[in-house]
Design a protein. Structure first.
Length: 97
């Protein structure tokens, strides 16, 4: 998958930004794979917890937010003004690619 200047290979777990390798954790890859599969859709924190973490009903939405923040540091040009993983207030996130 590629978007902006980011390339991701979900089979080899390799990623690069502007031609330079970036280190993503297995969970970050899983999160990005889910985002790519749902490009343009609003994804709730509960969906991410369910599909990426694999459990439901636990009040750990802050965990999702922390992982999104770390992911943005790696893939966004300006993490504070993201172009790829957009916050949808009170709902979750949207990957615009």
């Amino acid at each position: 998958a590629s978007f902006g200047d980011v390339e991701m290979n979900f089979k080899t777990f390799e990623a690069s930004k502007a031609g330079r390798a970036i280190e993503l954790s297995p969970r970050e890859f899983k999160m990005m794979k889910y985002f790519v599969e749902h490009r343009g859709e609003v994804v709730t924190r509960d969906q991410l917890l369910d599909h990426v973490w694999g459990y439901e009903g636990l009040p750990l939405t802050r965990t999702v937010d922390m992982h999104i923040a770390k992911l943005r540091q790696k893939i966004e040009d300006t993490p504070s003004d993201p172009r790829h993983v957009i916050t949808v207030h009170r709902v979750g996130y949207k990957f615009t690619g």
